[in-house]
Write a protein that binds this ligand. Structure first.
Ligand SMILES: Nc1ncnc2c1ncn2[C@@H]1O[C@H](COP(=O)(O)OP(=O)(O)OP(=O)(O)O)[C@@H](O)[C@H]1O
Ligand SMILES: [Mg+2]
Length: 231
């Protein structure tokens, strides 16, 4: 029992243009079990966002495979892959990418509307999620009318809209003050503990990393288990 949720094997990624080639990932292996929480560390430019995008099927590897519940995700048709991503994966981007012309509430509802959930039902859930992340008083604000921390929390609510099996978060508190960062950390960790949401988080924050099951460092294009984190 307890089959892996995700298995990545031999992931390579090279960005090539006619004038240059950047080999970012050189053979990344990772096994993630349901309910596990994993922190990914690494200096700027080592490929953490690139890796997270591939694990979230937002980008394709140059080589290697990603299996989700035993299924090769890059073997799916584009339509099936988009549906799989919408339903099973929540993504919090490094630079949160809310849609600027829509309100906080509409941004959170969007994944459900794409999945053709009736609008009234989507609205109810989106409101509940925004309440949970502490932004219920800003439902009709557009991203430009929200603070950085509020935008980040709206992005987390949006990622949770479809009750994903896996939440991928790319430095979710990178631009926040320590107090707001702590609130966001507590939220993410409580989702993991109470709802068994599987987490892969890129973060340099030792406070968060210490609360996670395991940590890896992305270095020279491969993932290396990180030694004991700070006590
Ligand atoms: N589309 C692209 N084309 C060419 N090179 C790219 C592309 N995307 C990323 N890179 C390069 O790949 C490397 C890894 O980028 P990535 O964004 O994954 O790093 P990162 O570890 O997330 O860094 P940071 O901590 O600064 O967010 C960088 O050197 C970057 O310049
Ligand atoms: Mg990054």
């Amino acid at each position: 029992m307890n089959e892996p949720l995700l298995v990545a094997q031999g992931l390579k990624k090279t960005f090539a243009s006619p004038t240059r080639e950047v080999e970012v990932l050189k053979g990344v292996d990772l096994t993630v079990r349901p309910g596990e929480s994993i922190c990914i560390l690494g200096v700027s430019g080592t490929g953490k966002s690139t890796l997270l995008h591939i694990l979230g099927t937002l980008d394709v590897p140059t080589d290697g495979t990603v299996q989700f519940e035993g299924k090769d995700v890059f073997g799916l048709s584009p339509v099936d892959l988009a549906e799989f991503r919408n339903r099973r994966i929540g993504f919090v981007f490094q630079f949160h990418y809310l849609l600027p012309e829509f309100t906080a509430l509409e941004n959170v509802m969007m994944p459900a509307l794409i999945a053709r959930t009736p609008a009234a039902k989507a609205k109810k859930r989106a409101e509940a999620l925004l309440e949970r992340v502490g932004v219920a008083h800003r439902l009709t604000h557009k991203p430009g009318e929200l603070s950085g921390g509020e935008q980040q929390r709206v992005a987390i609510a949006r990622a949770l809209m479809m009750s994903p099996a896996l939440l991928l978060a790319d430095e979710p508190t990178g631009n926040l003050d320590p107090e707001t960062a702590r609130t966001v950390h507590e939220l993410i960790l409580s989702l993991n503990e109470k709802e068994n949401l599987t987490l892969i988080v890129v973060s340099h924050n030792p406070e968060l990393a210490n609360f996670m099951d395991s940590a890896y460092r992305l270095s020279s294009g491969v993932l290396v288990p990180e030694k004991q984190l700070q006590p």
